[in-house]
Each structure stands twice: as C-alpha cells, then as structure tokens.
Ligand binder design. Structure first.
Ligand code: ARG
Length: 419
C-alpha cells in the first residue's frame, strides 16, 4: 500500500490500459475507483462501457455527453483564433483533454473523491494536459499516473495483467497503432509510423477515404458563418453537432483532411503522427476566406502573429490560463464581422476555395478593378512610393558614394557537389 487514498476518479476509455488501471489502483492504493468517460465523439468506443467498467472492478461509472460543449467552448474558439500547431496539426487530442479533465474534477468534488487518475504514458503530451487542468480546477486533488509508477512496459505485460485480474478484453491482441479519436479528429501514432520515412499504410485511415478512391467528380459546398461561428451548410442551418457530423462525412468522402507530420512534443521528444481531421480542415479554410474579406490588414496580420502562440498554449495543455483567455478576448473582438459564406470545391483530397461573400466585406470591386474606375487616382501612387521607398533610396545613395553597408553575399554554390 503506497499511501492512503479513499476514492479516485479515473479517466476511462474502456481500452486495455485504462481497464487494468482499475485493479491496479485498488491493489496499490486500496481505494474505490469511479470511472469517468466524457463523450467527445469517440462514438464506437462507448458501447458496453458501463458493464465493462463494473466487471473490471469500478464501483460506478459516469458517462457524459460533452459533444456540444466540446464544439462550442473548445473547438469554436480555436477555429476563430486560426490556431494550428507547427503549421499542420489541428489540435484534436489537445482540445479534448481540458474538457474531460474539467468534468473529472467536478465529479470528484461531487463524489468527495480525493484523487484523480488517467492512463496517459509518461512520454506524451496528454498527461500534461490532464494534469494542468486538474491543477487549475482543484489543486488539492491528488494525481495518480500509473504509467509513471508501475512496471508494466509492454502491451503483452498489460494483457497478462488483465488476464490475471479477469478484466474483460474486447481488443485484439494486436494493436497496430496508438489512436485517439473524437468528433474533430483521429490520430495515429506508433507501429510502422515510428519510421518517419515510411509511408502510412492504408490501414492507418479509418475516417478519411484515400484520395485515389474518392469520387471522380468534384463536389461544391457552402459554409456559412456568423460572428466567426459556422452555422449553416449548403444553405441549411444546423446545430453545431449536426454541422460537424455532416461536414466530416462530406470531407471524408473526398479524402480531405489528412496530415502526416513530425511534431515536437512538449516533453522534448519528436514524434510522427498521422491525423485525420476532415471537417475541421474545411472549417479552418472556409473561416479564413470570410476573414480575408472582412478583416483590415493590421488586424489580420496581428491575428496571424498570435495564432501560433494560441496553438502552442492549446498543445501544451494551458487551456485554463489567463493568457489563453486574454487572447480569446482579442480574437472575439476580431470576429464581430466574420459573417458570410465560403464556397469550396472538394476533389480528391483537395479543398479549393472558389468563392466568398459577406455583408461586411471590405472588398470593393470598384476599387480593385483593372477596368476603368473613378475612385482611385493612380497618380497618388507616385507620392506614396516616394515616401515608402525613401529609406531604400538613402541607402542606395550612400552606396554610390562608397560609404554604404555591404550587401548580402550569395553563398558559393559551386562548393556543393552536383551530379
Ligand atoms: N500527438 C498528438 C498530441 O499530442 C496526438 C496525441 C494522441 N493521444 C493518444 N493518447 N494517442 O496532441
């Protein structure tokens, strides 16, 4: 017995790892185990969960439908911010941890539990995301992370442990990848993907169809936004959940939303991940199209400069932080007029923006036209260029006098061998 814990709330998925944690906690801490499962759209994993948790030794299980909250309070702010980690990752797993962790704390408080537990390994980002949220919500609750404590090191050992404690196993003995799925994305890591040069085998993909198997004809869709939030698809108003589900189906059918990347984990390791984010990919793109019409240049460029920072906060598990909230305040202000419709053409893995419109558009055809216009005097451009180019002119004049700074020197490419 390590030390006294009465009651622990465990983040439970029904998978092998979180299943064996139940008897392990009871054996090593002598505590009662309450399971918590937040439904964030991992639908097929939810079947039979209750019986399984009880059969594995839990005293009870809470299963909560968090899907609407997940979309409205976590996904929407991130889309509005345009946050993408390292230019590629749409943060699907990172976004789901704070919401699950927050609800676990609520259950722990309601149940008078004194500890929280999760099945994240000690090598990943998810442990950080869970635990930073635990700390932010209730620093008094103790955290038990079995993967950082026990001697189980492989899947075989985990299966042996499960068999010893008669834990019902529905998973096959061969698990090829480490996956995490929700209504926003599905991630795959591990197995052959650990070789960053190896192309992902077809069996990696469970959501998005391969582009070569996608339809030979393009499909056009229209996504409507109001104040930065998607509200309609092809002229029909939909609830956030129906919207996401339909958009995912459409995008998946056309092979859209696959990212294959090497990323920097928070714990210092580089890892290779393959992500399927079909609907999300379209949403980011469509949202940006509306912004291109309604945001002024300064606001847009500043917003773009903070988007990577926002993404980093999400990736690092710093969701419930003053900075994230403050950035939200800025972003929200920019979204007041992000209302309009984007039209996308979907074709074999590509989403091509072909149209955008907004009642708040700053785009003026009569200003932009290459045809004749009477609002823009082309002669004005001359004075503007004279002022704008003045520093360049001064520098060049110094150089003519022989007193200027030397120019950038081109590398000597002849040193590089070529065939
Ligand atoms: N690398 C991604 C991230 O850190 C995905 C993590 C997936 N989590 C998992 N338990 N398989 O956000």
């Amino acid at each position: 017995m390590i030390s006294k814990v009465q009651k622990v709330v465990l983040a439970y998925s029904g998978g092998l790892d979180t299943s064996i944690i139940i008897p392990w906690l009871k054996e090593n801490y002598g505590c009662e185990v309450i399971c918590y499962t937040g439904n964030v759209g991992q639908d097929n994993e939810l079947e039979g969960l209750e019986e399984k948790a009880i059969a594995s030794g839990a005293s009870k299980i809470y299963i909560e439908d968090l899907r609407e909250e997940f979309i409205e309070d976590y996904i929407f702010p991130t889309i509005k911010a345009g946050a993408i980690y390292e230019g590629r990752y749409l943060l699907g797993s990172a976004l789901s941890r704070p919401i699950i962790a927050k609800h676990m704390v609520q259950i722990a408080e309601k149940e008078n539990a004194d500890a929280l537990s999760h099945g994240c390994t000690g090598k990943g980002n998810d442990q950080v995301r869970f635990e930073l949220t635990f700390k932010a919500m209730n620093p008094k609750l103790r955290v038990i992370a079995p993967w950082r404590e026990w001697d189980i090191r492989s899947r075989e050992q985990a299966i042996a442990y499960a068999e010893k404690y008669n834990i019902p196993l529905t998973v096959s003995k061969e698990k090829i990848y480490s996956n995490d799925a929700n209504l926003w994305h599905r991630s795959s890591e591990g197995g052959v993907l650990e070789d960053p040069w190896a192309e992902p085998p077809d069996n990696v993909f469970e959501v998005v169809i391969l582009p070569e198997n996608a339809p030979d004809t393009a499909e056009f869709i229209e996504i409507e936004f109001e104040k930065g939030i998607p509200i309609g698809l092809n002229g029909k108003r939909l609830s956030p959940l129906d919207f996401m589900l339909q958009l995912n189906t459409t995008a998946s059918r056309h092979g859209i939303g696959v990212v294959d990347m090497v990323e920097n984990r928070l714990v210092g390791i580089k890892s290779r991940g393959v992500y399927e984010t079909p609907g999300g990919t379209l949403l980011y793109q469509a949202h940006r199209e509306i912004e291109s019409l309604v945001l002024d240049a300064d606001t847009m460029h500043f917003k773009e400069s903070i988007a990577p920072r926002y993404a980093e906060l999400v990736y690092y598990g710093k969701w419930f932080t003053p900075l994230r909230l403050a950035l939200d305040g800025f972003v929200e202000q920019t979204q007041k007029h992000v209302t309009g419709t984007a039209r996308l053409k979907l074709y074999k893995g590509n989403a091509i923006a072909v149209g955008r419109k907004s009642p708040f558009s700053l785009y003026r055809e009569d200003y932009a036209t290459f045809g004749e216009d009477d609002v823009y005097d082309q002669k004005d451009a001359e004075g503007f260029i004279n002022c704008f180019g003045l520093p360049l002119k001064v520098r060049a004049m110094l150089k003519l006098n022989g007193t200027g700074a030397s120019d950038y020197e081109k590398p000597d490419y002849s040193k590089f061998k070529r065939d």
